[in-house]
Design a protein around this ligand. Structure first.
Ligand code: AMP
Length: 291
């Protein structure tokens, strides 16, 4: 497995692969890899089969963090991540630095010389994570667009753990005509139902117990859902009370929406998507599922 640290090297490796007729699959990550990421790497391997190449990018993208978020303390363990990528079957790991990805941002005090071109999706980002973290998706779509231009993938794998993110990327690819096929992979969970996340390591033992309430709330919503509609606002209130009965929890949002358009629904029925964000102590966790 190759370790690539510069954009120039990554682009020329990718171009070489393409000229040899090999297809490329990209798995964009921020590192601190776990079984959720491994499942994406395996999906990527399947998409290119034996003759293609799988690239995992590991980059903690500052542009998608708000000033009050956990950029500085975001977990980083490159050695362990490299091991995981190798075992999962990746052909290359791409780990650019901030000064390579945003060189003009750092150097210049002159705003006219700064990095100033962004990819922005304007419809699917108007709810949920886009409201709670107003600059987040501009950072996500911009970095993914940059990675597409650097790694030149035919396929790119995203987890449904970040359901809205995957939908936004899919829309960007459609609207901007990126020749990339997006693969959406299911959420990988711990045995007790907690969705795997690099941020789970922030949780204390007590908080880890409370964190189960996200998946439990989804299960509760599933139990109540039928073909006949259930008023969304009523169910939201019930789930919020259920969640906040657990110590150290605060609901950021609970949304019911159409999984294709992400439009909110007023009646919850079979096939409606639920997504929620909950603070457990200081850690913000998200989860979602189809009801
Ligand atoms: P991150 O490193 O958190 O930016 O995530 C990189 C990719 O892994 C994204 O496409 C996520 O949706 C995906 N991912 C993160 N956690 C999980 C999980 N528990 N199951 C499946 N995919 C995941």
């Amino acid at each position: 497995m190759k370790h690539i640290e510069t954009i120039r090297e990554m682009q020329s490796l990718a171009l070489g692969w393409k000229r040899s007729g090999l297809s490329i699959a990209l798995v964009p990550t921020m590192g601190a890899l776990h079984a959720g990421h491994v499942s994406l790497i395996k999906c990527a391997c399947q998409s290119v089969q034996l003759s293609g190449k799988v690239v995992v990018s590991i980059y903690v993208n500052p542009l998608q963090f708000s000033p009050n978020e956990d950029l500085a303390k975001y977990p980083r363990d490159l050695q362990k991540d490299m091991r995981i990528c190798q075992e999962a079957g990746a052909d290359a790991v791409f780990t650019p630095t901030d000064s390579l990805m945003y060189p003009f941002e750092e150097k210049s005090g002159d705003p006219r010389l700064k990095h100033s071109t962004y990819a922005v999706e304007e419809t699917l980002t108007q709810s949920m994570e886009g409201v709670a973290r107003p600059t987040h998706f501009k950072g996500v779509t911009t970095i993914v667009a940059k990675l597409f231009n650097i790694v030149l993938p035919d396929y790119a794998a995203f987890g449904n753990k970040d359901f809205q993110q995957a939908a936004v990327i899919q829309r960007m690819v459609r609207d901007l005509n990126f020749p990339v096929q997006i693969i959406r992979a299911p959420i990988i969970r711990e045995d007790d139902g907690l969705a795997l996340s690099s941020r789970n390591i922030y949780l204390s033992t007590e908080e880890r117990k409370s964190a189960l309430c996200l998946n439990q709330a989804i299960k509760k919503a599933k139990e109540k859902t039928s073909k006949d509609g259930l008023p969304a606002e009523e169910l939201k209130l019930e789930l919020k009370t259920f969640i906040e009965n657990n110590p150290n929890t605060k609901v950021d949002y609970i949304e019911f929406f159409n999984p294709e358009t992400l439009s909110p629904v007023s009646l919850v029925s079979t096939g409606t998507q639920i997504a929620l964000a909950v603070f457990v102590g200081k850690t913000r966790l998200i989860d979602n599922d189809t009801l």
